[in-house]
Design a protein around this ligand. Structure first.
Ligand SMILES: [Zn+2]
Length: 177
């Protein structure tokens, strides 16, 4: 249970940071990851407080819906171009922090993962969080050194595609993991 609380705290902190820094600096890749973290907050809450499989089933459907709408919004923003990345620096710091926190959570969950199925499933999920943060970091670092702002949008598209796949997996899963 402690491991799930840790995950919730980390997702909560990171979603606030990613939304604010992503919106202020125009980093769409960070906003895509913010959407991911927000859904993580929702799933951590449901993993902690919802132990009945029927409502778990419902929460998976809800997460899938939020992810699909969010991913479509990101594709829309890429096409419309509302967001222009002003500076990659702050986003680089946030993605470094998320990499650190996700890796810490992953290591901290190791023991509990043997006894709890929910923690084990959550731990596998943290690997996808680590990959997402690495992608954002990579895109922003390349933008930082080359000045090519479109790379951020390419990464955002990649993450949004991943979230769309995740949404389909959640929508078709039976809610029992
Ligand atoms: Zn996640």
């Amino acid at each position: 249970m402690q491991a799930l609380n840790l995950s919730l705290g980390v997702s909560l902190l990171l979603s606030v940071l990613k939304v604010s820094v992503g919106a202020c600096t125009g980093a769409l890749s960070l906003l895509s990851e913010a959407l991911h973290s927000l859904v993580d907050v929702a799933s951590s809450v449901s993993a902690i407080w919802t132990k009945r499989s029927s409502s778990e089933h419902l929460s998976h459907r809800l997460e899938a819906l939020i992810l699909a709408i969010g991913a479509l919004w990101i594709f829309f923003e890429i096409a419309i171009g509302h967001f222009t990345m002003i500076s990659p620096g702050p986003g680089i710091l946030v993605s470094l922090l998320s990499l650190f926190l996700y890796t810490f959570t992953y290591i901290a969950n190791a023991e509990e993962a043997f006894s709890s199925k929910a923690v084990h499933a959550n731990r596998i999920h943290i690997l996808s969080d680590i990959v997402g943060s690495l992608l954002v970091l990579l895109g922003l670092v390349v933008s930082f050194f080359t000045g090519l702002a479109w790379i951020d949008k390419a990464i955002a598209g990649l993450i949004a595609s991943g979230l769309l796949v995740l949404s389909l997996v959640l929508a078709t899963s039976d809610g029992h993991d």
